[in-house]
Design a binder for this molecule. Structure first.
Ligand SMILES: NC(=O)c1ccc[n+]([C@@H]2O[C@H](COP(=O)([O-])OP(=O)(O)OC[C@H]3O[C@@H](n4cnc5c(N)ncnc54)[C@H](OP(=O)(O)O)[C@@H]3O)[C@@H](O)[C@H]2O)c1
Length: 242
Protein backbone atom coordinates (compact mmCIF):
# COMPACT_ATOMS: atom_id res chain seq x y z
CA UNK A 1 0.00 0.00 0.00
CA UNK A 2 1.27 3.52 -0.90
CA UNK A 3 2.45 5.70 2.01
CA UNK A 4 1.16 9.27 2.37
CA UNK A 5 2.80 12.41 3.76
CA UNK A 6 1.22 15.76 4.55
CA UNK A 7 3.61 18.73 4.57
CA UNK A 8 2.39 22.16 5.66
CA UNK A 9 4.02 24.92 3.61
CA UNK A 10 5.17 22.23 1.19
CA UNK A 11 5.22 24.27 -2.02
CA UNK A 12 8.40 26.30 -1.46
CA UNK A 13 11.69 26.28 0.41
CA UNK A 14 12.29 23.66 3.08
CA UNK A 15 8.81 22.14 2.68
CA UNK A 16 9.27 21.64 -1.06
CA UNK A 17 12.68 20.02 -0.50
CA UNK A 18 11.12 17.65 2.07
CA UNK A 19 8.39 16.86 -0.46
CA UNK A 20 11.02 15.90 -3.07
CA UNK A 21 12.89 13.76 -0.57
CA UNK A 22 9.77 11.91 0.64
CA UNK A 23 8.47 11.65 -2.94
CA UNK A 24 11.70 9.91 -3.93
CA UNK A 25 11.27 7.61 -0.92
CA UNK A 26 7.90 6.43 -2.27
CA UNK A 27 5.42 8.70 -0.48
CA UNK A 28 2.42 10.28 -2.15
CA UNK A 29 2.14 13.89 -1.04
CA UNK A 30 -0.37 16.45 0.15
CA UNK A 31 1.23 19.91 0.28
CA UNK A 32 -0.49 22.88 1.88
CA UNK A 33 0.27 26.55 1.23
CA UNK A 34 -1.03 30.02 2.11
CA UNK A 35 -1.78 32.03 -1.03
CA UNK A 36 0.62 31.62 -3.96
CA UNK A 37 -1.48 29.42 -6.31
CA UNK A 38 0.98 29.68 -9.21
CA UNK A 39 3.92 28.50 -7.10
CA UNK A 40 1.77 25.69 -5.72
CA UNK A 41 0.81 24.45 -9.20
CA UNK A 42 4.42 24.68 -10.35
CA UNK A 43 5.67 22.78 -7.30
CA UNK A 44 3.00 20.13 -7.85
CA UNK A 45 4.11 19.60 -11.44
CA UNK A 46 7.87 19.73 -10.71
CA UNK A 47 7.71 17.31 -7.80
CA UNK A 48 5.43 14.94 -9.69
CA UNK A 49 7.82 14.86 -12.64
CA UNK A 50 10.97 14.62 -10.52
CA UNK A 51 9.76 11.86 -8.17
CA UNK A 52 6.84 10.07 -9.82
CA UNK A 53 4.80 10.65 -6.64
CA UNK A 54 1.13 11.60 -6.69
CA UNK A 55 1.14 15.22 -5.51
CA UNK A 56 -1.90 17.19 -4.34
CA UNK A 57 -1.84 20.82 -3.21
CA UNK A 58 -4.30 22.49 -0.86
CA UNK A 59 -4.67 26.12 0.17
CA UNK A 60 -4.78 26.12 3.98
CA UNK A 61 -3.48 29.18 5.80
CA UNK A 62 -2.11 28.39 9.27
CA UNK A 63 -3.37 31.73 10.61
CA UNK A 64 -6.96 30.56 10.09
CA UNK A 65 -8.63 27.93 12.30
CA UNK A 66 -10.94 27.10 9.38
CA UNK A 67 -7.93 25.55 7.61
CA UNK A 68 -8.07 22.67 10.10
CA UNK A 69 -11.53 21.77 8.74
CA UNK A 70 -10.24 22.20 5.19
CA UNK A 71 -7.38 19.75 5.72
CA UNK A 72 -9.44 17.21 7.66
CA UNK A 73 -12.22 17.26 5.05
CA UNK A 74 -9.70 16.81 2.23
CA UNK A 75 -8.16 13.76 3.91
CA UNK A 76 -11.61 12.27 4.53
CA UNK A 77 -12.91 12.98 1.02
CA UNK A 78 -9.86 11.40 -0.61
CA UNK A 79 -9.66 8.57 1.98
CA UNK A 80 -6.06 9.47 2.73
CA UNK A 81 -4.46 7.96 5.83
CA UNK A 82 -1.13 9.53 6.77
CA UNK A 83 2.18 7.84 7.51
CA UNK A 84 4.07 11.12 7.89
CA UNK A 85 2.92 14.55 9.03
CA UNK A 86 5.43 17.37 8.67
CA UNK A 87 4.67 20.67 10.37
CA UNK A 88 6.83 23.01 8.33
CA UNK A 89 4.94 26.27 7.69
CA UNK A 90 5.92 28.93 10.21
CA UNK A 91 5.46 32.63 10.88
CA UNK A 92 7.54 35.48 12.20
CA UNK A 93 7.04 39.14 13.04
CA UNK A 94 10.06 41.37 12.86
CA UNK A 95 8.52 44.39 14.59
CA UNK A 96 10.69 45.63 17.42
CA UNK A 97 9.92 44.70 21.04
CA UNK A 98 8.85 48.30 21.61
CA UNK A 99 6.39 48.19 18.70
CA UNK A 100 4.97 44.70 18.40
CA UNK A 101 1.18 44.62 18.86
CA UNK A 102 -0.71 41.92 20.76
CA UNK A 103 -2.50 40.90 17.54
CA UNK A 104 0.83 40.27 15.74
CA UNK A 105 2.23 38.44 18.78
CA UNK A 106 -0.89 36.25 18.84
CA UNK A 107 -0.70 35.58 15.08
CA UNK A 108 2.81 34.14 15.42
CA UNK A 109 1.78 32.02 18.43
CA UNK A 110 -1.36 30.86 16.62
CA UNK A 111 0.45 29.80 13.44
CA UNK A 112 3.51 28.23 15.08
CA UNK A 113 1.88 26.55 18.10
CA UNK A 114 -1.93 26.56 18.27
CA UNK A 115 -2.53 25.56 14.67
CA UNK A 116 -0.30 22.44 14.65
CA UNK A 117 -1.59 21.32 18.06
CA UNK A 118 -5.24 21.49 17.05
CA UNK A 119 -4.66 20.14 13.54
CA UNK A 120 -2.86 17.16 15.09
CA UNK A 121 -5.70 16.69 17.57
CA UNK A 122 -8.25 16.71 14.74
CA UNK A 123 -6.49 14.32 12.36
CA UNK A 124 -4.88 11.96 14.88
CA UNK A 125 -7.27 9.17 13.92
CA UNK A 126 -6.21 9.60 10.27
CA UNK A 127 -2.55 8.81 11.03
CA UNK A 128 -1.52 5.17 10.75
CA UNK A 129 0.07 3.23 13.62
CA UNK A 130 3.83 3.43 13.13
CA UNK A 131 3.39 6.92 11.67
CA UNK A 132 5.72 9.81 12.28
CA UNK A 133 5.20 13.50 13.06
CA UNK A 134 8.03 15.99 12.52
CA UNK A 135 7.91 19.60 13.68
CA UNK A 136 10.05 22.45 12.39
CA UNK A 137 11.71 24.32 15.22
CA UNK A 138 14.71 26.58 14.78
CA UNK A 139 18.19 27.23 16.08
CA UNK A 140 16.62 30.57 17.06
CA UNK A 141 14.57 28.60 19.59
CA UNK A 142 17.89 27.67 21.23
CA UNK A 143 20.00 30.81 20.77
CA UNK A 144 18.01 33.93 21.63
CA UNK A 145 16.80 35.68 18.48
CA UNK A 146 18.20 39.18 17.99
CA UNK A 147 15.15 40.55 16.13
CA UNK A 148 11.91 38.61 16.62
CA UNK A 149 10.99 37.80 20.21
CA UNK A 150 7.77 36.05 19.17
CA UNK A 151 9.66 33.85 16.69
CA UNK A 152 12.35 32.76 19.16
CA UNK A 153 9.84 32.05 21.93
CA UNK A 154 7.44 30.09 19.71
CA UNK A 155 10.25 28.00 18.22
CA UNK A 156 11.42 27.17 21.78
CA UNK A 157 7.83 26.18 22.47
CA UNK A 158 7.86 23.93 19.37
CA UNK A 159 10.86 22.09 20.86
CA UNK A 160 9.03 21.69 24.19
CA UNK A 161 5.89 20.59 22.37
CA UNK A 162 7.78 17.74 20.67
CA UNK A 163 9.14 16.45 24.00
CA UNK A 164 5.72 16.64 25.67
CA UNK A 165 3.80 15.10 22.78
CA UNK A 166 5.83 11.88 22.95
CA UNK A 167 3.76 10.74 25.94
CA UNK A 168 0.46 11.68 24.32
CA UNK A 169 1.21 10.00 20.98
CA UNK A 170 2.81 6.82 22.35
CA UNK A 171 -0.61 5.13 22.92
CA UNK A 172 -1.30 5.63 19.21
CA UNK A 173 2.13 4.19 18.27
CA UNK A 174 3.04 7.46 16.58
CA UNK A 175 6.55 8.93 16.95
CA UNK A 176 7.21 12.67 17.14
CA UNK A 177 10.45 14.56 16.54
CA UNK A 178 11.64 18.00 15.55
CA UNK A 179 14.29 19.62 13.39
CA UNK A 180 15.96 22.85 14.46
CA UNK A 181 17.48 24.33 11.28
CA UNK A 182 20.03 27.11 11.41
CA UNK A 183 20.08 29.29 8.29
CA UNK A 184 18.66 27.65 5.18
CA UNK A 185 18.87 29.15 1.71
CA UNK A 186 15.16 29.69 0.98
CA UNK A 187 13.23 32.80 -0.12
CA UNK A 188 12.88 33.60 3.59
CA UNK A 189 16.69 34.13 3.77
CA UNK A 190 17.39 35.19 0.17
CA UNK A 191 15.44 38.41 0.67
CA UNK A 192 17.87 39.52 3.40
CA UNK A 193 20.43 42.19 2.41
CA UNK A 194 23.86 40.87 1.34
CA UNK A 195 25.56 42.46 4.34
CA UNK A 196 23.26 40.64 6.80
CA UNK A 197 23.76 37.35 4.94
CA UNK A 198 27.55 37.83 5.21
CA UNK A 199 27.26 38.47 8.96
CA UNK A 200 25.31 35.24 9.31
CA UNK A 201 27.85 33.24 7.29
CA UNK A 202 30.62 34.64 9.49
CA UNK A 203 28.96 33.06 12.54
CA UNK A 204 28.67 29.58 11.01
CA UNK A 205 31.63 27.17 11.26
CA UNK A 206 30.87 25.88 7.73
CA UNK A 207 30.70 29.53 6.52
CA UNK A 208 27.60 28.96 4.38
CA UNK A 209 23.82 28.64 4.49
CA UNK A 210 22.28 25.16 4.46
CA UNK A 211 20.93 23.84 1.17
CA UNK A 212 17.21 22.90 1.61
CA UNK A 213 17.93 19.49 0.03
CA UNK A 214 20.55 18.56 2.63
CA UNK A 215 18.16 19.60 5.43
CA UNK A 216 15.33 17.58 3.85
CA UNK A 217 17.35 14.38 4.23
CA UNK A 218 17.24 14.86 8.02
CA UNK A 219 13.43 15.01 7.95
CA UNK A 220 13.37 11.84 5.86
CA UNK A 221 15.59 10.08 8.41
CA UNK A 222 13.30 11.13 11.26
CA UNK A 223 10.28 9.87 9.31
CA UNK A 224 11.82 6.56 8.33
CA UNK A 225 14.00 5.60 11.29
CA UNK A 226 11.72 3.71 13.64
CA UNK A 227 13.63 4.47 16.87
CA UNK A 228 13.90 8.28 16.76
CA UNK A 229 11.34 9.65 19.23
CA UNK A 230 11.21 12.94 21.15
CA UNK A 231 14.38 14.23 19.51
CA UNK A 232 15.20 17.75 18.33
CA UNK A 233 17.90 17.46 15.69
CA UNK A 234 19.88 20.67 15.33
CA UNK A 235 21.13 21.24 11.77
CA UNK A 236 22.99 24.56 11.86
CA UNK A 237 26.41 23.91 10.30
CA UNK A 238 28.08 24.71 13.63
CA UNK A 239 26.38 28.06 14.31
CA UNK A 240 27.91 28.61 17.75
CA UNK A 241 31.44 27.46 16.91
CA UNK A 242 32.79 30.74 15.57
N1 LIG B 1 14.85 29.36 6.08
C1 LIG B 1 15.48 29.31 7.24
O1 LIG B 1 16.62 29.74 7.38
C2 LIG B 1 14.80 28.68 8.43
C3 LIG B 1 15.56 28.43 9.57
C4 LIG B 1 14.96 27.83 10.66
C5 LIG B 1 13.64 27.47 10.61
N2 LIG B 1 12.92 27.73 9.49
C6 LIG B 1 11.53 27.33 9.47
O2 LIG B 1 11.28 26.52 8.34
C7 LIG B 1 9.93 26.68 7.92
C8 LIG B 1 9.85 26.97 6.44
O3 LIG B 1 10.65 28.09 6.13
P1 LIG B 1 11.15 28.38 4.64
O4 LIG B 1 12.36 29.19 4.78
O5 LIG B 1 11.18 27.13 3.84
O6 LIG B 1 9.97 29.33 4.09
P2 LIG B 1 9.58 29.74 2.59
O7 LIG B 1 10.69 29.43 1.64
O8 LIG B 1 9.13 31.14 2.70
O9 LIG B 1 8.33 28.76 2.23
C9 LIG B 1 7.15 28.98 2.84
C10 LIG B 1 6.13 27.91 2.52
O10 LIG B 1 5.18 27.95 3.60
C11 LIG B 1 3.93 28.44 3.10
N3 LIG B 1 3.36 29.38 4.06
C12 LIG B 1 3.81 30.61 4.40
N4 LIG B 1 2.94 31.20 5.26
C13 LIG B 1 1.94 30.30 5.43
C14 LIG B 1 0.71 30.34 6.13
N5 LIG B 1 0.35 31.42 6.85
N6 LIG B 1 -0.10 29.27 6.06
C15 LIG B 1 0.22 28.17 5.32
N7 LIG B 1 1.37 28.08 4.63
C16 LIG B 1 2.20 29.14 4.67
C17 LIG B 1 4.22 29.12 1.78
O11 LIG B 1 3.04 29.19 0.98
P3 LIG B 1 2.80 30.50 0.00
O12 LIG B 1 3.87 30.43 -1.02
O13 LIG B 1 1.43 30.32 -0.54
O14 LIG B 1 2.94 31.70 0.90
C18 LIG B 1 5.32 28.20 1.25
O15 LIG B 1 4.77 26.98 0.78
C19 LIG B 1 9.34 27.77 8.84
O16 LIG B 1 8.68 27.14 9.93
C20 LIG B 1 10.57 28.49 9.37
O17 LIG B 1 10.35 29.08 10.62
C21 LIG B 1 13.47 28.33 8.39
Amino acid sequence: MKKHALITGGTKGIGKAIACSLGNAGYDLLLTYASDDDAARLAQENIRQATGAEVQVLKADITDMQSIDTIQSFLTKHTIRLDALIFNAGLTCRDTFEEIKPTDWERVFFGNIHFPVFLLQRILSQINKGGSVVFTGSAMGIYPHSVSLAYGVTKSAVHALVKNLVKFLAPYQIRVNGVAPGFVDTEWQKTKPAEIRKNIENKIALERFCDPAELAEVYKTLVENSYFNGEIVVVDGGYSYK
